[in-house]
Structure formats: C-alpha cells, structure tokens
Write a protein that binds this ligand. Sequence first.
Ligand code: ADP
Length: 518
Amino acid sequence: MAMCRAGLLGSRLPHPFRILCRQMSTEPRVAVDRLRQSGLLRTQGLIGGKWIDAYDGKTIPVHNPATGDVIANVPFMGRNEAINAISSAHEAFTSWSKLTANERSKRLRKWYDLIISHKEDLALLITLEQGKPLKESLGEVNYGASFIEFFAEEAKRIYGDIIPPTIDDRRLLVLKQPVGVVGAITPWNFPLAMITRKVGPALASGCTAVVKPSEYTPLTALAAAELALQAGISPGALNIVFGNAPDIGDSLLESTKVRKITFTGSTAVGKKLMAGSASTVKKISLELGGNAPCIVFDDADLDVAVKGTLAAKFRNSGQTCVCANRILVQEGIYDKFASAFAKAVQALEVGNGLIETTVQGPLINEAALEKVESLVKDATGKGADVLVGGRRHSLGRTFYEPTVLGNVNNEMLISSQEVFGPVAPLLRFKTEEEAIQIANDTNAGLAAYIFTSSMPRSWRVSEALEYGLVGVNEGLISTEVAPFGGFKQSGLGREGSKYGIDEYLEIKYVCLGNLKEA
Ligand code: ADP
C-alpha cells in the first residue's frame, strides 16, 4: 500500500507546512487567516486591473466542501460586469498584442515565478474551496504553473512561413496573429490549472482574456490574478468575473468583441456554448466529459496495473474528466486484480484535505454525492457486487467511501455515465477485440488507459482506441508538454504543448505582388 499511496500523491508535504497543517485541520480559520495575511485572499472580481464588487452589491458564499463552512463571500456578477470586462479586455488587446513576444514572455515568466513562490498558499486555497488533499493541491499548483512557464517560452516561437511563390514577381508570407479577446469558462475540479492552461497560451500569443471561473472555486482564480498583476500582466489583459454563469456566458457569446471561447466542463454546457458561438462565428475550444476505459489485460504486471488504475481512478476523489470510469479486466487476471485492487482501495484514507494523512477528500457538494449514490444503487440493484465501500462515509455530508464494484455490465448506468466520484466499476472481458469494442462504444473520447506487458499489443490497442489521450502502463499522464483533448463528443482542439498555442492564433496570408522593377 505504501507504494500505491506514493504513486497517487507524490512526496510528503514540506516540513513547516506539515506543522501548520496540524493546526489548520482542527481549525480551518487558521488557514483563512494565513491567506488573508499573505494578500492572496481576494474576494472581489477583477476588471481592467481594478478589484470590483457586483454593481448591485449582491454576493454569494464560497463553501469549504469538507466542512460546509463559508470561507468568504464574493460578488455575484452578471451581464453588466461581463460587458465591462469584455470592454477592458478589448481595450487592453491593442497594447498587449503590440508588446514584443520577448516582453510578454518575461512577464509570464515572472507570473510563473510568483505562483511557485506562493505555492503553499495557493495549495491551501485549492484545498479549502475544492477539497482535494493538500499534497494533490500542491501538485496542481506545480502543474498549473507549468503552463505559464511553457507558454512564456512558446511566446517567442510563434513562427510564420515564407512559401515559394508560383509567380516569380511575388512573395508569399504567412503571419500568425492573436485571435483577440478570449472568453475562458472553467470548472471547479482544477481551480488553477484549468485557467492557466487557457490563459497561458492566450496571453503568450497576444490575446487578452475574460475568465469566468466556477462559482464553487473563484478564490484560487482571484489569487492567481493578484499574482498576475504583481508580475506585470497589464490591467485589462486578464479579467475575472463570476456569478450568474448563463448570463455571463451569453454576454461572452453575443459580443462581437470576443473572438474565441475556450471551455472546460460538462458536455451539456459545452454544446450550448458551441451553438451560441455560431451567431458571431467564434473560434472555439472545448474540453468536455469523458468516459475513460481502463483495460487490464491478462499479461499486465499486476502491481503496475493496480497502482496505475488506483491513480487513474481516485485522483481528486474521482472528480476529473480523465478519471478511469470503466475498468475492463480480462478474465484470466480478473480475480487476482479485483482482490489486490480492492485491498488497495480499502486502505485509502478519507478525510478533510487539510489533514496530512488524507488521500481522499470530500466531493464538491451534496448533489455530487447523491449522483454517486444513485449510480451505485442502480448497479447493485442490477447485480453488481460491492467489493469495498458502497455507501456514504461516516464523516457525513460530502464524503463517500472509496468503492469497488465487481461484475458490472453494460446494462448498468455506471458504465455509460461519468461517475465523477470515488467508485471503480470492474467489467470482465474475454478478448482484445471485445475490450476495444466495449471501450469505443461511447460518445466520449477523452482519455483511455491500458495495462499490458506486450509491446505489439500496446501499439495495436493504442491505435484502435478512439481517444485523444492513451496511457500505457501509466495512470497519470497529463503534462504541459503533451497535447490534451478529446475525440468525438469529448471536445474540440488541444490544450498544452506546441499544439495548444494554435488555438489562440489566426493565420494570415500576405501576398507581396509586382516586385519586379518596371
Ligand atoms: P460541472 O458539472 O463540472 O460544474 P459545468 O459545465 O456545469 O460543469 O460547469 C463548468 C463551467 O461552466 C462553470 O464555470 C460553470 O459556472 C459554467 N457554466 C454552467 N452553465 C453555463 C452556461 N449556461 N453558460 C456559460 N457557462 C456556464
């Protein structure tokens, strides 16, 4: 088990932080006070470089999902504020896009440095408003920061082309230019990284942004924005508004000043944004829901498969769009895998993410817990076996026991819906062809995982899977240097890597004609 935990969560917390955590887990106010003192507890929106309340003074509370306590009250903004933020971004675009790539790069690099030097406070904020264990929050800060660092570097490499002409007194050039104002709508499960993955390439390419973080987790967005201002990201280049999500979303969609929408969240909302972008023909990138298969073949290394599946399933208590959603296990290894995996899951410690030993935090809210509960009820009602867990945790409210269900089949809702919780359904299969058929039998196509010791099979199955990301003998594969995005209804476009910046660029062809002297 020690190996499994290390694989899931990485190293221990830094020492001074460990001592502080002991105080904070018993008294979360200590954590909030620490953030207040650090200047990172910002509780207003950001428009044109100014911290702003809602124009009518309305506020909404931000809750700690582990305790239900209110951490802070923040403005409940809507159309008025969204329109002001769009105007600020539009105005700032003129000067931000004209900065040299080198200058934009330097400011982004400074932002990266500030995020890293404040990583413990940012991690604290993530755990307080999102619930994940502190070690995972620290991992998210590093991961989130990596997009700012990577795109600070890419800013200097936005090359055009010179094309050999077909008529000899012409020269044909290709320029790459920023799209313009970007509307970025982000979810609560990675309150920092889902923003930096969009804003990093946007700012690097010369675009400016209006970000609408999730109303469940606006505080991390605001803290990151505070550091962006300190780093010299120009006022208006990065704006943050939140509150009435449909109204803010519609304002972004309707505005002709907004040239691109980038979204991470549910497939249902993604489809609405895609339809809404049609009236002004915006560029659009979507990272939507997944239904990740994780295929364990008979020839897999059992330890590697257990450790990898555990990481792929239980990261962030199962609340990621790349979490293993259906674990397909070949019949020859099924019993051994089920028993080792169930043992590993049983040992996962559940609790408040501020407690150092916690590896499974709460779900984001009670509605999320009820959804998980109903999927488990449906599966067990149709014949699934509960190998571990299968019920609410004794901590109550938002806590659910890490669960493994055996003998799941395609008739059960859990094999077609995204669970977004700590429940691992095991499905038995016989042949490679059957596994590929089951894996691809879904409208989603984001992440897939396979565990096998055979190199030919690794190639064969990776190529056959209709998914944008494939992990072979690895459960955690996201990195800023590789493209992230889905096939089918899991989305459009790619984030991260050299491909990620193209989403924020227009291609312009310039023809220089009549170049011969008369
Ligand atoms: P989740 O179920 O993960 O919260 P959602 O798709 O509901 O996924 O939320 C992702 C983001 O989309 C959040 O910032 C949310 O506020 C926002 N959102 C939800 N509904 C709309 C909408 N109609 N228009 C624009 N944004 C929306």
